[in-house]
Each structure stands twice: as structure tokens, then as C-alpha cells.
Design a protein around this ligand. Structure first.
Ligand SMILES: [Zn+2]
Length: 444
């Protein structure tokens, strides 16, 4: 018996040494060497040009963090770098389009305006052909786009946020230039998969108030958008060069004091991990009323928030891998784009109106992007996918070109609750929807 125990201990130790020194576990089939580069859709002509650029935007100082009002101190460290990435596309007629994605809380409108102005001046890129989108990570720095008052000049918290945002602005202009300089022949395809960790975080207002589940969140019966659209960029010989993917969910698995891209940052990292010369970009969807679940380690014994964030990142990356390979749909040109800032008002008299950005971009007859400013709830995404359904796939992004709080649907405004608290006038959804249809029509 004693001998047997010793032998098994020896074997276990030997096995752990073997598994430590080899990538594959003992007895497993050895890992296959990487296969030859092969297009997933060789029949699709490589009639585009694409360029990418990546810039690390992790603050050099431990600034105050964005997203949670309850924060009592600045950041204390870093778990993951934060990035700004750009994807430039050029169709066969020379028409261009640039997406900039950010591992940051939002896109302040002043930043959007200045970057769009400079991109037009320096690179001839029209404002309607520029999308700035933020992942809404709550583990990034607070941004500050309003100039400092005389008093704030001596307030390090305000000054640091302003300095960071000013530098970000000039860096993003250069980033756009780098992506445009990088334009090379490319084949574009797209498809979508599904990922299920986003759940509606509002209570179930359809239940009578005395129902035992009426006040419980999250609400598994509430609306969600689990689609993961992925735009695949290949070289003409089929090497994967970039993917831009979307998901509609708050990027809030984490509430700690470290810089991190949260689940969207991990999904991008995992996709890039084993690929050379490849860029993964995350385009945030209409996740205003969606949270990642399970959320927070206090509900999952023995698992940390960071592990939950990584799990969500892994499931999203897996969905993207599937969207990248299954039944690719060709994307043809040309690029057509329209952008308008419409006036949204608040219910309360005297409050200034807001210029709200609405953008529609068509990649030929195959894929249509609708991008909307700020924290858009999922109803918009579901509504546009239904109302604009046709030959082209519909990809709806929120958190684009503006960051001014929640954009509720009329349903949510009537129900009330957190996402309705901004107090917009009741015609907000109608105005946005009318404008999207008008712009979409104008591009036909
Ligand atoms: Zn939010």
C-alpha cells in the first residue's frame, strides 16, 4: 500500500514535469503545425484596400478612472494595456472610410468634432466617413474635453484628465493617418455568430409590481442582442489581416482600480494572441441596458471579477472565431456614408438641447452600419435590424461619436428606471429612427 502511494506520487510528479515542459498533455496527439495560408472565400475578388494602425493609450500616470461615480481614489495599477486602433478601408473607386475603436469609456463630442475636422483637413477624409467608437470599459481613465477653468488649473485631477484627453486627440489624428498610409489590397467578407453572456439588466416591468420576480435583476426575459458581427479583412493570398467585431453589452465585469479593457480588451487580446501582423478591433453595440453575467465574484464562489471578465472575453473571442470562418459573405463596394447631428431636447424646460450624431454607412449592397452616439439601449439595435432588413446585413453600434449618457427607447422612458433618468423629451426615439431611415434612404 505504502509502495503504491509512493509510486503514484512519483508518477504524478513526473507527469507534472512532462506537462510543464511540453505544450500538449502526456498521451495527447501532438499539436499540428500551422496549415498553409488559405482564403476562406477565394472566389471573392480582393477589390478593396485596407490599412490598420494600433496605438497604446494606457495613461502614463495613475489618473482617476471613468465610469463608476462611487470611485474614491485614482487607479493603482495595470492589468492590461489600453489601445486605440484604426481600420481604414478604400473601395475600388478610391472612396475611403475609417473606423477608430477605443478601449476607453466614451467618445467626448468635442474630441469627435476636432478629430473629424483635422482628418478632413489633413487627409481629405469626409466627416461622414469617420466612425469613432468606444468600448465603454470602466477600467480606463476619466476623460475631460471641456477646457479647464482658472480654478481647475491648480486641480491635478482635472488637469491630468484634460492633458490626457488633449494628447489622445492629437494621437488619434496621427493614428488615422497611419491607417490610411497602410492601405494595401484586401478581400472583405463578413458574417455573424452568437454569444450569450449579455443579459438585460433592467427589472421586468411587464410583471405586476407584487409579483415575486418583479423587482429582480437581471431579467432573463428582457430584450438582448446576442449577435456578434465580424468584418474579416484578408490579404489577396488569404492571410487574415484584421477583424472588426461587435457586441452589445456594458463593458463592466470589473470594478477594480487597474487599467484594463475588460471583456472587450480580453477578446481582442485572445484573437491577436496567436496571429502575427493581425489587428482585432471591437465596435461597441447598443449595450446601454445590458450587463455581462455572471457579474461580480460575490455571486460566483471562488472566481474573481478578473476571471469572469476573461471568461466573457474568451466566449466573445470564440464567437468571433466562428463568425470569421463560417459561410463568409462577400462585401462589395462602393462605400456610401451619411452623417447628421440632430437636435434632441430634454423634457425639462430651459435645459439646453443636444446635437446628437446619427450615421449610416453602406458597404455596397452587402453590409450597412448604423452608428449612434452615447449609451444606446438594445431596443434600437433590434428595431433597425428589423426595419432595415433586406439584402444587406445590418450592424448597429452605439457609443459612437458622442458620449452624453443614456439614450432610452420610448418603452424605457415610459417604464422609467436608471436608463430613463436623463429626462429626454418623449420624441427621442422617433427623431433618431426617422433620421436613420432618412439617411439610409438617401444612400440608396
Ligand atoms: Zn454605461
Amino acid at each position: 500500500m505504502f509502495m503504491l502511494k509512493q509510486l503514484s506520487r512519483f508518477l504524478a510528479a513526473a507527469l507534472s514535469v512532462i506537462s510543464f515542459t511540453n505544450a500538449a498533455p502526456p498521451g495527447a496527439t501532438p499539436l499540428a503545425p500551422p496549415g498553409p495560408v488559405k482564403s476562406v472565400a477565394p472566389q471573392v475578388p480582393a477589390e478593396w484596400k485596407a490599412g490598420t494602425a494600433t496605438l497604446q493609450v494606457t495613461p502614463q500616470k495613475l489618473l482617476w478612472m471613468a465610469g463608476y461615480a462611487a470611485r474614491k481614489k485614482p487607479a493603482e495599477g495595470k492589468v492590461q494595456e489600453l489601445f486605440a486602433k484604426a481600420l481604414a478601408l478604400e473601395d475600388s473607386t478610391g472612396g475611403k472610410l475609417v473606423f477608430v475603436t477605443l478601449d476607453l469609456i466614451g467618445v467626448p463630442q468635442a474630441l469627435r468634432h476636432e478629430i473629424a475636422r483635422r482628418a478632413q483637413q489633413d487627409y481629405g477624409l469626409k466627416p461622414e466617413r469617420l466612425v469613432l467608437n468606444a468600448s465603454h470599459t470602466h477600467s480606463g481613465p476619466s476623460l475631460r474635453s471641456a477646457p479647464l477653468t482658472a480654478e481647475e488649473e491648480n486641480n491635478p485631477r482635472a488637469k491630468d484628465a484634460w492633458d490626457y484627453t488633449q494628447k489622445l486627440q492629437s494621437d488619434l489624428i496621427s493614428l488615422i493617418g497611419s491607417a490610411l498610409t497602410d492601405l494595401k489590397p484586401a478581400r472583405l467578407t463578413w458574417n455573424k455568430a452568437r454569444c450569450g453572456f449579455a443579459m438585460n439588466r433592467r427589472k421586468d416591468y411587464t410583471l405586476p409590481p407584487d409579483h415575486p420576480n418583479a423587482n429582480k435583476v437581471p431579467n432573463p426575459n428582457g430584450p438582448v442582442d446576442h449577435e456578434v458581427p465580424a468584418l474579416r479583412v484578408e490579404t489577396p493570398d488569404g492571410a487574415l489581416r484584421a477583424v472588426m467585431f461587435g457586441y452589445a453589452c456594458h463593458n463592466t465585469s470589473l470594478g477594480f482600480y487597474n487599467w484594463c479593457g475588460d471583456y472587450a480588451g480580453f477578446a481582442q487580446e485572445y484573437l491577436q494572441e496567436h496571429r502575427k501582423d493581425f489587428t482585432a478591433l471591437f465596435l461597441m453595440g447598443c449595450g446601454g441596458d445590458q450587463n455581462p453575467y455572471p457579474r461580480r465574484s460575490d455571486v460566483v464562489p471562488g472566481v474573481t471579477d478578473l476571471e469572469l471578465s476573461m471568461h466573457h472575453g474568451r466566449s466573445l473571442a470564440n464567437a468571433v472565431e466562428m463568425a470569421l470562418t463560417v459561410n463568409p459573405i462577400a462585401i462589395r463596394g462602393p462605400i456610401r456614408a451619411a452623417y447628421e447631428e440632430i437636435t434632441l431636447s430634454y423634457a425639462k424646460a430651459g435645459r439646453p438641447e443636444h446635437a446628437y450624431p446619427v450615421q449610416v454607412i453602406k458597404l455596397g449592397p452587402d453590409l450597412t452600419f448604423v452608428t449612434l452616439g452615447s449609451e444606446v439601449v438594445v431596443d434600437y439595435s433590434l428595431r433597425f435590424k428589423k426595419e432595415l432588413a433586406g439584402e444587406a446585413g445590418i450592424w448597429v453600434a452605439g457609443y459612437s461619436n458622442d458620449y452624453t449618457g443614456y439614450i432610452p427607447s420610448l418603452r424605457i422612458q415610459k417604464e422609467g428606471g436608471y436608463e430613463a433618468a436623463a429626462g429626454w423629451a418623449e420624441d427621442v426615439e422617433e427623431r433618431i429612427v426617422d433620421t436613420v431611415h432618412k439617411l439610409h434612404q438617401s444612400l440608396k
